[in-house]
Design a protein around this ligand. Structure first.
Ligand SMILES: [Zn+2]
Length: 162
């Protein structure tokens, strides 16, 4: 989430945040320390993400329904598919035991065909928990899986530089 900080000398104590075109605009007093500001920003961010989460998760549910029909004959079922804001290294995770699928919120910023690959990958884990041959065969039903893997490797490599 993009954060824009606006400091104002006229503002005395109160800090406020609102969403403008997908970015979080934080209005803070000019005198606030960076440390204190960071604390507020992370609290605001968590709140905002909770607010926008339902809409985003509906998007994930729709994609998962579509991919299930297209590549798994509609045979799969799961309890929930939602974004995770804590998965900074992994792209997604699946807990077959309780049918929960989590997709890293970083996937909001990749092309849809790449996010679709991650969803297919996690859906396939509902059938095959490990990454064996049967799992790979399932995932490769999605024709762009090789390309998506390459895309994500490049993305991760870039991420590690900064
Ligand atoms: Zn996996």
């Amino acid at each position: 989430m993009k954060v824009i900080v606006k400091r104002s000398a006229r503002r005395k104590k109160t800090i406020q945040a609102r969403m403008v075109d997908g970015a979080m605009v934080v209005m803070a007093p000019a005198t606030i320390s960076d440390e204190e500001l960071d604390e507020h920003i992370s609290r605001f961010r968590a709140k905002m993400e909770m607010k926008i989460a339902p809409k985003d998760n509906t998007h994930l549910q729709k994609r998962a329904d579509y991919l299930n029909r297209r590549y798994f004959d509609g045979a799969l079922s799961w309890k929930s598919v939602s974004y995770s804001y804590r998965q900074m290294k992994r792209h997604g995770s699946c807990t077959p035991a309780d049918g929960t699928i989590r997709i890293s919120s970083r996937m909001k910023n990749v092309p849809q065909w790449v996010e679709d690959y991650i969803i297919v990958h996690e859906l396939a884990h509902l059938v095959e928990p490990n990454h064996g041959k049967r799992f790979k065969n399932l995932v490769h039903r999605y024709p762009l899986s090789e390309r998506a893997t390459g895309y994500l490797m490049a993305l991760d490599a870039m991420g590690h530089k900064d």
